[in-house]
Every structure is written in structure tokens, then in C-alpha cells.
Ligand binder design. Sequence first.
Ligand code: 5GP
Ligand code: ZN
Length: 113
Amino acid sequence: MDCLFCKIIDHSIKSNIIYEDETLLAFDDIRPQAPQHKLIIPKRHIETINELTEDDANLVGQMVLTAKQIAKDLGIDQDGFRLVFNCNRHGGQEVYHIHLHLLGGRQMHWPPG
Ligand code: 5GP
Ligand code: ZN
């Protein structure tokens, strides 16, 4: 399968991995949009949020809880941070393997671009 993030999971593409367990991987975004910009992904290939089912509720919960823990470890939990899932074209999705963006270390703005 020609998926960039599956290649990061199997280490055929290099990345700076900051967390790994049986189901998830987290690593630095290659083009950071904030002083801290991490991506949390499932090891299972899921193309978009639209493909999620009830069976994935625990997986998605684990992604959010892992992001929370990473934010704490980075020391940005109290100042705050942003979690983002982009879905399809209007959402600005570029890589079709779901990923949770963790952004922090600066003031975020609203509405997003
Ligand atoms: P999307 O726009 O799909 O929500 O986000 C994809 C993210 O993946 C972007 O923030 C982009 O910078 C990041 N990205 C793209 N290619 C690579 C890569 O080869 N390595 C890493 N670490 N991140 C990447
Ligand atoms: Zn994939």
C-alpha cells in the first residue's frame, strides 16, 4: 500500500518518533505549524474519519488520551494546546491515513484558516 504514514509505521520512512505502543504511533510533524506540532496515528490504516465505526471508539479515545499525555510531557498542558483531525478536501487533509494533530507552544487563533 502506498501510504506515507504506513511507511513511517514500518520505519521505511524516517521520522522522529516520540511515542509508540501496540496500536498507536506519535511523531514530529515534518513541517511544524507551531513550536510543538506532533501527529498521533493508529497503526491500522484508516483513510479518513468517515471510515470510523462504533468499533473504533476505543481507538479514537486512546488517540486523544495519548495526545493529552504528550501535551503534559511537553509542558504545554496548562497553557493549552489544540487537537485537530482534518477530513477530506474541505478539511485540508493531505495524508489519507487518519492522524490527530497536536499543536501548542503559541497562542492559537479562531476561526482557523
Ligand atoms: P493533513 O493535512 O493531512 O491533516 O496533515 C498531514 C501532515 O503530515 C502535515 O502537517 C504534514 O506536514 C505532515 N507530513 C507530511 N509528510 C510527512 C513526512 O514525511 N513526515 C512527517 N513527520 N510528517 C509529514
Ligand atoms: Zn496508512
